[in-house]
Structure formats: structure tokens, C-alpha cells
Design a protein around this ligand. Sequence first.
Ligand code: SF4
Ligand code: SF4
Length: 439
Amino acid sequence: MKPLTFKGGVHPYEGKELSMDRKIRRLRPGKEMAYLLSQHIGAPAVPVVKKGDYVKIGQMIARPVGFVSCPVHASVSGTVKGFEKRKNVVGEYVDAIIVENDDQYVHVEYHPIENLSAYTRREILQKIQDAGIVGMGGAGFPTHAKLSQNHPEDIDYVLVNGAECEPYLTSDYRCMMDSPEKLIGGLKVVLYLFEEKCKGVICIEDNKPDAIKLYQELTKDEPRISVAVMKTKYPQGAERNLIYAVTGRKVNASMLPAHVGCLVDNVATINCIYEAVMLGRPMSLRVFTVSGDAVVNPRNYVVPIGMSYKEIIDLAGGFNCEPEKIISGGPMMGFALADLDIPVTKTFTALTCFKKDEVAQLKETACISCGRCLEACPASLMPSKLSDFAEHNDMDKFLEYNGMECVSCGSCSYGCPAKRPLAANITAMRRKYVDSRRR
Ligand code: SF4
Ligand code: SF4
């Protein structure tokens, strides 16, 4: 069968061979941990500890405010040192709880369960909420809120995004290969929340044939779970593209996946659901990729949330030269960093570090009307025109040409022979519109 896919997209250099075959290694943090109170979409959490308190791994140190919010848990044992502003990945200073690690790794008592069916749907959702799980692919939407559908009977598909289409990133792949029981177990937990007709589909790109084979074998006797083989193409893992490729259903900017009977969660999120519900462990760890040609040891690591990027790079073996570009995330959708004094959050996926900043070296020239950006756009937009409207601050035209449907994937800029910063211009205009609506 032909691999499933969507219209548009690009195929950048994958860079996955650098880290994909090396097993995940655990890193131990140093003395100081910083827990940002806003690691999710929604209201920031509020501290429930005070200076001098002793905390254990898995202990809630900040509580959620309202339904679309998430608690924050300690990932080390130690003493609360105080409350400070710390920089997040986009350079804003936000509130954080600072904990001094005592290096003892004492944790709270975990309460694993054996039999899912002994619990109600509401009780399972409460466990997911209490564990502080958010969408770990980058969006950070609270998972309990996504799974708490008013009409669960309308959900036909739970899609597990195992595409990992972003270049250089391999943490989802490694988790899939190293602990398949978590992914399948976590998916069973999610399917338990919906009716029997709802099917789980594990979506994997065809550049990971060993993962496809493994999951086809492991799910062959699971009537509610199947594997979908996806074409290797960026941005295959974007929610709308995945839904279209697997089900043929279309989602636009004014809709949620649930409007077409689908929910999408990435591999790391499903693994966390397994740990929270079946093992009773709240979210306090993050598996991520350190890669790029400036890194001595490209590999996947598991670290406590709150550990600093700088420590991670040092413990991972450091740089082999002064990198010109460091990105939190992958090169297509990540955030360029000015420094590494940033704590790991729940949505942190990777650090990719490059000897050369190739984008900065590109010289922009005039559009040659080649149409490549149009072909590459998975949202069927006209990136060249939208970028022009953004440059001229013409919001009416930008909206008329559906600029808000852009998903900031960067496929248009990637293929542009004139090296125009199309995606950056369009994304900036989208932000401007969202800000004006908020005001
Ligand atoms: S216009 Fe937006 S959605 Fe289309 S290719 Fe560019 S960044 Fe991606
Ligand atoms: S890809 Fe670049 S040069 Fe080609 S039409 Fe689009 S903006 Fe113009």
C-alpha cells in the first residue's frame, strides 16, 4: 500500500542518523532547578510551596488555575530556595519556583493501577489532569482538557503522531523503539475514554521501517489499534496534515480536530499518560534530542524538567566549536536561542546546534514567480502574496487571502530560490492579528 500523505510539503535533509540509533541516556542535574509556572497553554499555575519547604520528586509545587491549566511537579528532591523570574524559550521573563537539588532523589509514593476498568472515565481524566500532562509536541495544551470531550461518542479516531517529521529530532522514535509497552499501554488508556468504535492509529513515517514493523507485530491482535505508514515528508506530523492523510477529513483554522471526530497526541504525551495513569507518576521528566553538527555527542537524553539547557549541553559533552546557531526544537519550527540560561519545560523537544547559521548567510532577492512556495504550502495558501501583504501591513488583504490558515511550518521559505523570509513575515502578521483581537 502507498504511504499516506497530504498535498504540498518539502523534504529537507533529515539529519536523524546522528542520534537515532543511540539509546536514551539519563542526565543528572546540578544544584539548581527552575520550574516555570507557565509551561502550558492557559492560566499559569500558582505556587503551593513557600521558601524553605522540603519537596520530593512528583510533589505538586504549583496548582492549576481553572480547567485549562496544569499543575507543576518537582523533578528532584530538595529545598525551595525562592521565587524568581526566569527566561523562557522565546526570551520572556516569567515566574519560576527555584529548588535546590539535594541529590537524594526522594520521591512521593506512587500509586500504580493494574485494572483500568476498575476506574470511571472521569477518574482516569482526573489522574491525567493531576499529573500535569500537556501536549508535548510543542503546543502545550493541557491533555485532560483535550480528552474531556462533551460528546465522546463523536470521536472515531485517536491518532498517535509518531511521524516526527522535523529534521534532526529522534526522541519520539527512540521512545517508540525502547518502550513500546508505554505507547501501546497509553493508547489503550486514551481509547478507554471513548466508545468501542473509536480506533487508535499509530502514524509512523516510512523512514522508520523498524518502528513500523515492531508496531505492526505488537498490535496485530489489538482490534482497536492499527499502524498507518506515512510518507516521509515535512510537515507530515502537523495535526491537520496527519488527520487528512489518515482519514481524508479536513480541518481549518476555525476548527478543532474533534470537529471531524479526531484527536491527535504525540508519542511523548501518550507515554506520559501511561506513566500517570498506570504507574501513578506525575509528569516530571522530559526525553529530548541533542543534535546538530556542533554537538560532540548527538543523542537522546532524559532529564528532569527544570534543568538548564546549559547543564544539558555540558553533560552531553559540549560543543566541538562555537556554534553560530542554537535552536530549541528543530531547524524548521524551533526557536533560535541567544543563550542557554533557560530551564527545560514540558514542551521542550530538542536542542539543535549548528556550526554555521545558514539562514543568516542567505541573501534575499526579488521574487521570480516560480510558484514553488505555492506548491510547498500544505494549507493551499499563496505564501508569496501573503508575505507581500504582511510587508505592507495590509491586514484586510492578508485576511482575504486566508493568512490565518497558515500553520507556520516554514515549507514556503525552505523552497524559495529568492530566499524570501515568507514564513517569518506571515507568522508575524498572524501574531499581529491575534494581538489586536485580544486587545
Ligand atoms: S504559508 Fe504558512 S502553512 Fe503555508 S508553507 Fe508557508 S509557513 Fe507553511
Ligand atoms: S518560491 Fe520565492 S521566488 Fe518562487 S514564487 Fe514563491 S516567493 Fe517567489
